[in-house]
Design a protein around this ligand. Sequence first.
Ligand code: ATP
Length: 663
Amino acid sequence: MGTLDEERAYVERCRAGLRRMLEGARDNVIVGESVAGDRYSAERLGRHLKSLAKELSEEPEGPPFFGRLDFGQDSAEHRGRAYHIGRRHIAGEHGGPPVVVDWRAPVARAFYRAGARDPQGVAVRRRFGWSGTTLTSYEDERLDQGEEGGGQLLAAEIERPRVGPMRDIVATIQPEQDDLVRAGLDVSVCVQGAPGTGKTAVGLHRAAYLLYAHRRRLERGGVLVLGPNRAFLGYISAVLPALGEVDVEQTTLERLLATVPVTAADGEEAAAVKHDARMAEVLRRALYGRVREPVEPVAVADGSYRWRVQVDELRRIVEDARRASLPYGVGRERVHARALAAVRRQAEARGVNATAAWTRKTARALAPALDALWPPVKPVEVLYEVLRGPAEDGADPARGVLTGAERAAITWARPPRSVRSARWTAADVVLLDEIAGLVERPRGYGHVIVDEAQDLSPMECRAVARRSEHGSLTVLGDLAQGTTLWAAASWPERMALLGKPGGEVVALTTGFRVPGAVVELANGLLEALEVDVPPTRSYRPDGRVRVSAVEELGKGVVAAVREAYGFEGSIGVIAADPGAGELAAALRDEGFDLGGRLSVVGASLVKGLEYDHVVVAEPAAIAEGERRGLNRLYVALTRAVSRLDVVHARPLPPQLARPDATG
Ligand SMILES: Nc1ncnc2c1ncn2[C@@H]1O[C@H](COP(=O)(O)OP(=O)(O)OP(=O)(O)O)[C@@H](O)[C@H]1O
């Protein structure tokens, strides 16, 4: 058990260890490039070493460890040993034991899971307090003596004022969160969590954990993190690099699927139909509707010979390829291959030497006739035909799948003249991905993490499912925060659409962001949202809510912001999208600097974000702004870490108005 001075000396040993590792990695990059046997492995080795060097040099000068475990005499495996636990492994001197153990290593698990009732061999758990890069304090829990308690350091971490982007939570992951973080790679799980229960944090730490525990298996497939928008990605993007993981793809579904620019918008009705799962059947029919039934033989001239594939055989070939449920493109290749094989059999029977050159020439000669039967396609061509409406002869892939009104809703009022002049909407991009996925399987990932998943449409779920078909999924969301027209009403249904029917649904119920007083206000609204979610308990008894009726909204907001500056941390003014600009101007006129501590954001962009002090401006306007405006308002209210000001010039939405909450 070290004293504070001894622990500080240990910090120096860690820093020296890190420096050694960095130098070693740099040397190895140079050596690695010259020692690998062939170019391919040289490249791979070089890439690996470079990313190690990059990772190490990006290592912030931050605390090298945050905790320590001292095992007692009754631990079978670690008897009498002590381990410092940090964000990354730090090698020991001269090949000795590591000076810091990675938080993801099996031995570190006890740091998160041991308790007085089940000490797991741990005698003492120590948590360290840091001020910048200086070690300032520690707190011990003597688990062997039945001592256990969150302590000051844990509370301080959870209540600290927020500035800048999201930070990792490795030092304070809670047991129910740890369960999810360390679930096996083959486990697909859905996390239903109220605002601020740490869903996003859990998802990101799970990504880091999986990359550590299953690096080999994930090396090829990789890990994909999908977030709702760019602002959110900007907010979370530093977490994984801080944990030493620089190779995770973090993007939005929109960007992942983008194959054409979005230059048009759908009305609500059209969007609702296009995002409905039945569109998958419409598109499948449209695509396979291109395949023709053979009605005549295919013949090729070959010198003095003329080879034929007879109609019956062609029918069989096409039918088999259809039935094999292969991607359309592979089916097409199979038709070509089997027709060619049939010709080759005839030719060889006549003594023709089927050389490579002969094969190429014959395949070319067969292609036009076979392409007429099973045509090559581009997804845009298929969608173009669907959106143009039923064909002249009345054929329509939507018949029997969509109602007449639904069919009409997605049909272009004025069809573009050609595929090239078509203008596509956001929903069309998802449909194009569906078609592309029917033609050819897209790249799959070893693990996909989807945040704010309650907002995904059925068709979007299918796009995610295609990318995690052979991998696993972590689905994060909150049914109460669904704001899209097609937001999820139940998780099992969404898990099925995501390709993981039967995936476990786990609830997180302790809130680490939103203080009790704010939870109480938001819960009033929750009842009106009529969603089936378990109640939450806030970890934070602190916090303040104030509801102010004002004459003039702008002035009220300026006053609230002025007061908020008296406290530490970030300030977010949240208003209905159309009103945000005006409020920003009003604040600027008063000399406030937007972009530093203060942000003014439209309600549609705050999902997943948080501010110490939140000013919700005119809740009625947010609630009226869209079909699921009350859900949007619920999201806005639950962004507050410490203080919430609700400022209104108009009456509050009745679901929010409480007799004791007007002031
Ligand atoms: N174990 C923890 N220790 C410290 N802080 C935590 C812990 N779990 C979560 N937090 C903090 O609580 C806040 C909310 O976490 P996060 O954004 O992951 O929640 P969420 O469930 O995704 O919320 P929302 O549904 O509102 O998007 C963050 O500041 C996060 O760092």
